[in-house]
Design a binder for this molecule. Structure first.
Ligand code: BG6
Length: 505
């Protein structure tokens, strides 16, 4: 893949949180390590009134807040900020694109840019369908001079129908190769490492199927509430914010078949197959196997309904746990338990593969359940690493077997993943590599499955929404869900800082 010589990176919604927290820090990191095109500019566009200088000042403050201390290099930061420009205009209005075109032409001259534009939509989702249409009218999608690419944030669509409509709009304005639907979980080093763990080793793959795997857990929980994002979050809920995208990506990399070739088509074909295999949910399945919850005030932490911009009687879910299955040869009959929630005791994202017990148990296992269940924990964050639980003989007399963890920790080998997920994905897009972005058919295949849950909730107003105390592990109903498996959730102890600290229940 070739790094372009020149580029203008246009951010729609440039005065928002995402720009400050994620996009500008990612661009600065790329700049600092010399990974941006030689002739480069960022053009932020939003309604808020700034000029170039005041915008640079606000971005500078953001960089100092959101970049790790050891990444701060004042000279490089100042040089980077000199490449940042701003256009105050409303992206929902057609006239804004006349101004945008003029400003881009001016920057093309200043930067000697070969008309290469990368658009990033960091706006509220309501504008996702509007911006590409205006770009088309202004001719800003045309590739006769320079390439045009567009990155769209999640959630891509509100349900199946709106996702299909968005795909229709985007594919009318751009070719699929120009559209980069981003999910930052795929930019995480540890998520990419799942593919290496599975497909660069021979030891796991023969066991990675219904013959040896009992069940799988996928968890991505956080210890924070929704903060100042109430206005956005209340119209979305955790199914659209976390499940349909981030958890679905984790499911895909865990369950997919090995791609024949690791490239944008090979990888993404396998992702789509996973979503197409999702066993459709009946109303009865949803009633029994989908638990939604909302955090309530507890121990000094606010309840969801007390958060800013959240209606007092809101029924938006901040927690979801569910069981799902895949109808295919590899996984037929193996339950996948997935869960996500705000205001949990700790922040952790991980995948736990529970293997079936040995068929015959001839040893004593002390007070532990015997035989030992092997499990592989793939820790995405924090304490990035992999833990394999084995049964080992207790030293000394007799033959007692105890569970012991074999532990690979990035921190212990002194190589914590430092690559920022946004930096990785933005760079991939600049290079024209769409492997780690979501293709239109995958979006629709995913929605086709999750849409049934949204419909059920809508049509069944008395479907329970369980309250759970902020700071707890979520509704007890979620414990009952996994208890039907004869199991319990793998909960890391509070304030996880060490991979040995799994709470045994
Ligand atoms: C975002 C969600 O996409 O992912 C947030 O909108 C969530 O609600 C965040 O907090 C979690 O990402 P990470 O990388 O911090 O685990």
């Amino acid at each position: 893949m070739n790094r372009p010589d020149s580029l203008i990176f246009v951010i729609f919604g440039a005065s928002g949180d995402l720009t400050k927290r994620k996009l500008m820090p990612a661009l600065y990191l790329l700049y600092k390590s010399g990974r941006l095109p030689r002739r480069f500019a960022v053009l932020g566009m939003a309604r808020t009134v700034y000029d170039d200088d005041s915008f640079r000042t606000s971005i500078h403050e953001g960089l100092l807040n959101f970049i790790r201390q050891d990444e701060v290099d004042q000279d490089k930061m100042k040089a980077f900020l000199r490449e940042v420009y701003y256009l105050s205009a409303d992206p929902s209005e057609a006239e804004a694109y006349i101004k945008l075109k003029d400003r881009l032409e001016e920057l093309d001259r200043i930067k000697d840019n070969s008309h290469n534009y990368l658009y990033y939509l960091a706006t509220p989702p309501l504008l996702y369908g509007i911006i590409p249409r205006h770009l088309k009218t202004a001719g800003l999608n045309r590739e006769d001079k320079g390439f045009k690419r567009i990155i769209v944030e999640k959630p891509f669509g509100y349900d199946l129908q709106s996702a299909q409509e968005l795909n229709r709009i985007y594919l009318d304005v751009f070719k699929e190769e120009q559209i980069y639907r981003i999910d930052h979980f795929l930019g995480k080093e540890t998520v990419q490492n799942i593919l290496a763990l599975r497909f660069a080793n021979t030891v796991f793959e023969p066991l990675w199927n219904r013959n040896y795997v009992d069940y799988v857990e996928i968890t991505a929980v956080e210890n924070m509430g929704i903060g100042s994002r109430g206005g956005f979050y209340d119209g979305v809920g955790t199914l659209r914010d976390m499940v349909q995208n981030h958890l679905a990506q984790l499911l895909a990399v865990t369950a997919m078949e090995p791609p024949a070739v690791f490239d944008a088509s090979g990888f993404r074909n396998e992702v789509v197959k996973v979503y197409q295999s999702l066993k459709p949910l009946s109303d009865e399945d949803i009633r029994c196997a989908v638990v939604r919850g909302q955090y309530m005030a507890s121990e000094g932490r606010k309840g969801y309904r007390e958060e800013e911009h959240v209606p007092f009687l809101s029924r938006t879910e901040t927690y979801l746990a569910m069981r799902l299955e895949l109808n295919n040869w590899r996984w037929g009959g193996v339950p996948f338990y997935i869960r996500t929630g705000k205001q949990m005791p700790t922040k952790v994202s991980e995948i736990v593969i529970h293997f079936k017990p040995a068929p015959h148990s001839m040893f004593h296992c002390g007070s532990n359940p015997c035989p030992v269940h092997n499990r592989l924990i793939i820790r995405i964050q924090p304490d990035e690493g992999v833990v394999l639980r084995l049964g080992m003989k207790k030293t000394g007399e007799g033959f007692e077997v105890l569970p012991r963890d074999m532990d690979f920790s990035y921190a212990e080998i002194g190589r914590l993943p430092t690559e920022d997920a946004y930096a990785r994905l933005i760079e991939d897009c600049m290079l024209g590599d769409s492997t780690l972005f979501i293709r239109s058919d995958a979006v629709e295949a995913g929605w086709r499955f999750f849409d049934s849950i949204l419909k059920y909730w809508k049509n069944t107003p008395d479907c329970p929404l369980y309250g759970y105390p902020a700071g707890s592990w979520g509704p007890l109903e979620a414990d009952r869900l996994i208890a039907s498996q004869g199991a319990s959730w793998t909960n890391p102890c509070k304030n996880l800082t060490n991979t040995h600290l799994y709470c045994e229940l």
